[in-house]
Design a protein around this ligand. Structure first.
Ligand SMILES: Nc1ncnc2c1ncn2[C@@H]1O[C@H](COP(=O)(O)OP(=O)(O)OP(=O)(O)O)[C@@H](O)[C@H]1O
Ligand SMILES: [Mg+2]
Length: 323
């Protein structure tokens, strides 16, 4: 098996003393799509931004290591200086976010925004317009030549998200972090953007960390899924295993809340209760307060991740290994 592209070990993030991400570990192979899934507030964005220290200054980030084995050599992103890290932001690792209308600069044309990224990462040699038109065509923008001078407000939400993806590609990333990339779009455009991401990873061999609160959205694209709850990864396996044989009660509850996944029909279920606030995380399992299988032990200590089946990890006292 090839060397992973990224190996993150024990990432923790705290804001004002409250830990919002606790010892999260994962790896991503070259060309692979790993999905990070969980409800709002569980720390998905914080994990992804911690990789390149893009969090606000009050965030305290720690990690044993964040090894990035890029084309230009291996580096521990957790150990490099801020100056060195800048080279990897947008270059080796690029981000796209939920709201293209917020991320794009409203007073700059499509051409200038993409040109800026190309130049920043040293990819601006040769005929700049030609490179930009190629990028816009790659992300499925029709009549790309005539869109160069367009401003973001002249484009639909779906087209704006395609421009965001073109900007991300302009840094020629090996890892694209897509944080809720389709949440702001209507359902048909969502499907088109997911298809585009899938074709780009195939064409470019680019890995993707796909972040979503919706297991249904990620299951078509992801090779593996890591389910996050209240700052921790509670289950982690290949997509088929998570969808067909989920072990963690939280994963099962998330699946029951997705239409047409795991069941042919029936009523959709909501998960009773709310994700606790980081200040309320106790010493027990963080899901205990909402878990129908909760027992005394679950309130007293926190379950560690165990390998239930080969390459299928779960942190729950009620789940026995089936190796
Ligand atoms: N800048 C900040 N200052 C203080 N707390 C923050 C900050 N950013 C995030 N948090 C807190 O950290 C926790 C995790 O937030 P994060 O945005 O990473 O979650 P998320 O899973 O990405 O949620 P969503 O699905 O809503 O995007 C939340 O409790 C949030 O309130
Ligand atoms: Mg988020």
């Amino acid at each position: 098996m090839s060397k992973p592209l990224l190996e993150a070990e024990n990432i923790s993030v705290a804001f004002n003393g409250a830990e919002v991400v606790s010892q999260v570990s994962f790896s991503i192979n070259p060309g692979e799509v790993l999905a990070l899934v969980g409800e709002s507030g569980c720390g998905k964005s914080s994990v992804s931004l911690a990789l390149t220290r893009l969090l606000p200054p009050q965030a305290q980030i720690s990690a044993d290591h964040i090894r990035f084995h890029s084309r230009s050599g291996s580096v521990d992103l957790a150990a490099v200086s801020n100056r060195q890290l800048r080279k990897y932001r947008g270059g080796g690792i690029a981000y796209i976010f939920q709201e293209p209308s917020v991320s794009l600069n409203p007073v700059m044309t499509v051409r200038s925004q993409i040109a800026e990224v190309l130049e920043l990462h040293g990819n601006g040699q040769g005929d700049l317009d030609k490179t930009i038109i190629e990028l816009l065509s790659q992300v499925g923008i029709p009549d790309a030549k005539n869109r160069l001078k367009a401003y973001p407000h002249e484009l639909s939400g779906g087209m704006q998200q395609r421009v965001m993806i073109a900007m991300a590609l302009a840094g020629d990333p090996e890892l694209l972090i897509a944080d809720e990339p389709t949440t702001a779009l209507d359902v048909t455009v969502q499907a088109q953007i997911l298809e585009l991401l899938d074709s780009l990873r195939k064409e470019r061999g680019m890995a993707i960390l796909l972040i979503s609160h919706n297991l249904g959205v990620v299951s078509a694209l992801a090779d593996r899924i890591a389910v996050m709850y209240a700052g921790r990864i509670v289950e982690h396996a290949c997509t088929r295993a998570v969808i067909d044989s989920p072990f963690h009660p939280y994963t099962r509850a998330l699946l029951a809340a997705v239409p047409q996944l795991g069941r042919a029909c029936g009523r959709l279920q909501t998960i009773p209760g709310m994700v606790p606030l980081p200040s309320e995380y106790g010493k027990g399992c963080r899901f205990a307060g909402r878990c129908q299988e909760c027992q005394k032990k679950c309130l007293e200590s926190s379950p560690v991740s165990i390998e239930i089946r080969p390459e299928h990890f779960c942190s729950c006292f009620q789940v026995e290994p089936k190796l």
